[in-house]
Ligand binder design. Structure first.
Ligand SMILES: Nc1ncnc2c1ncn2[C@@H]1O[C@H](COP(=O)(O)OP(=O)(O)OP(=O)(O)O)[C@@H](O)[C@H]1O
Ligand SMILES: Nc1nc2c(ncn2[C@@H]2O[C@H](COP(=O)(O)O)[C@@H](O)[C@H]2O)c(=O)[nH]1
Length: 214
């Protein structure tokens, strides 16, 4: 009987998108996921919004001027871009492509507009997760508890929460973020199953052929 060598992991990475109304917990869940998932890398967005206390340029966002943002768009450097809460946000393409082709999965914290654009460009690579808050009162409480935005900004984000949530059905998976640990475990379960999908495992074809000939 011929020896059959178990398949090495040769898969193209997937694009894991998290969206939610502002304050539901995407950033919190993302930070923990990135600590726990070695094969997951964050897509760092560019934005024209003001830096919040504690945020770091190049780690949380690339904080750019409106002119810089527009020239990135004009030079075709953005995978997607959108205006959210009166500021511009966009995903630089190159780091995403580099991550995917080296077998990393890429995590996106982007809104529904960006998700639609990525889904149109890469329908087979995207996995969409929508995070809901347990209630509107809790969403508002979290926005105030984060203590990084003015009352005016919090009110603006609450006013747009219903509109953002109206896109929930465009996503593959829905998580109600009551408990952070449980939400992280749910996203990890999604990742694990999606990584095993047949279409993401081109290496299996020759492996199974070998098994059948052995
Ligand atoms: N399950 C949870 N229970 C209680 N508090 C939470 C939970 N998840 C997140 N939070 C808190 O809610 C606040 C908002 O969370 P976070 O910044 O992660 O939201 P977000 O969805 O990324 O918001 P934005 O879209 O504005 O970036 C933070 O103070 C965070 O610690
Ligand atoms: N379409 C995109 N949306 C993005 C991107 N980066 C962040 N976002 C979304 O913006 C809001 C507000 O974020 P905040 O950090 O200012 O609180 C939130 O819904 C993010 O998901 C992006 O590159 N493209």
């Amino acid at each position: 009987m011929n020896a059959v060598v178990a398949p090495t992991l040769e898969r193209r990475g997937l694009m894991l998108v998290l969206s939610s109304p502002s304050g539901a917990g995407k950033t919190t869940i993302s930070r923990i996921l990135l600590e726990r998932e070695e094969e997951l890398t964050l897509s760092i967005s560019a934005t024209t919004r003001q830096m919040r206390p504690g945020e770091i340029h190049g780690k949380d966002y690339f904080f750019v001027s409106p002119d810089e943002f527009n020239s990135m768009v004009d030079n075709n450097e953005m995978l997607e871009h959108a205006t959210v809460f009166d500021n511009k946000y966009g995903t630089p393409s190159e780091p995403v492509e580099q991550g995917l082709s080296s077998g990393q999965d890429v995590l996106f914290d982007i809104d529904w507009q960006g998700t639609q654009q990525v889904a149109a460009k890469a329908p087979n690579d995207i996995v969409r997760v929508f995070i809901l808050p347990p209630s509107l009162q809790e969403l508002e409480r979290r926005l105030y508890a984060r203590a990084q935005d003015s009352e005016e900004v919090v009110k603006g984000r609450m006013a747009k929460a219903a509109d953002e949530m109206s896109h929930w059905a465009e996503y593959d998976y829905i998580i109600v973020n009551t408990d952070v640990e449980k939400s992280v475990a749910d996203v990890q379960a999604i990742l694990r199953a999606e990584r095993l999908k047949r279409d993401r495992r081109p290496d299996l074809d020759s492996f199974v052929r070998g098994l059948r000939q052995a």
